[in-house]
Design a protein around this ligand. Sequence first.
Ligand code: SAH
Length: 220
Amino acid sequence: MHPNQLIDSHRHQGMRRQLMLQLRDKGIKDLRVLEAMNLIPRHYFFDPGFVEHAYQDKAFPIDAGQTISQPYTVARQTELLELKPTDKVLEIGTGSGYQCAVLCAMGIKTYSIEYIEVLHRKAGLMLDYMGYHPTLFLGDGSKGIPLYAPFSKILVTAGAPTIPQLLINQLTIGGLLVIPIGDQKQQRMFRFRKLANGQVEQEDHGAFSFVPLVGQQGWR
Ligand code: SAH
């Protein structure tokens, strides 16, 4: 990595504040989310040469044909998790590690799993460099991580074809699953809440576009 990339200059900080104001104008209300995102130099997660793109509100290619989610999407998914300091969160799709850094900056105990080894490795190095220490796994997160369950919140950052029942099973009572579900191009953002009687409450939070969730409960 080019050493200049890991400088968080006043210029970067200024662009980042502008981006936070844009996100607020687009409807993000949870200030804790915006404050955490304002702390994370998103350009650290970009390849050198593309740093200029880091503070625009758009998704961007990372390695292995995957993407770093659009800032608005990260903010919205994080807001939908209704995070509390006592939460134990599982993120499925570590990707660049940016969303994971935002969760860590909010002081949340974070587990994150990635299917593609190079992404898992690079994200781990960057998070470590930034002083964040989430528990990272390499493997198929569509099945959740039974050994570490239950989680109070589960966040899926890739588009699923159906509701993965295995993920609902790994939620605590009162827990939330935030997951885009649809076809391989467009999905609706669903939030599922696991109720005490074993039933699941469902809300639709609008159209989004993610790379496909692969694996056992994903696209095969
Ligand atoms: N949260 C990421 C977004 C990455 S895009 C970020 O902030 O950068 C979605 C990621 O999900 C991709 O890296 C993809 O490889 C990963 N993915 C897809 N299916 C998966 C699965 N079954 N288990 C774990 N990761 C998966």
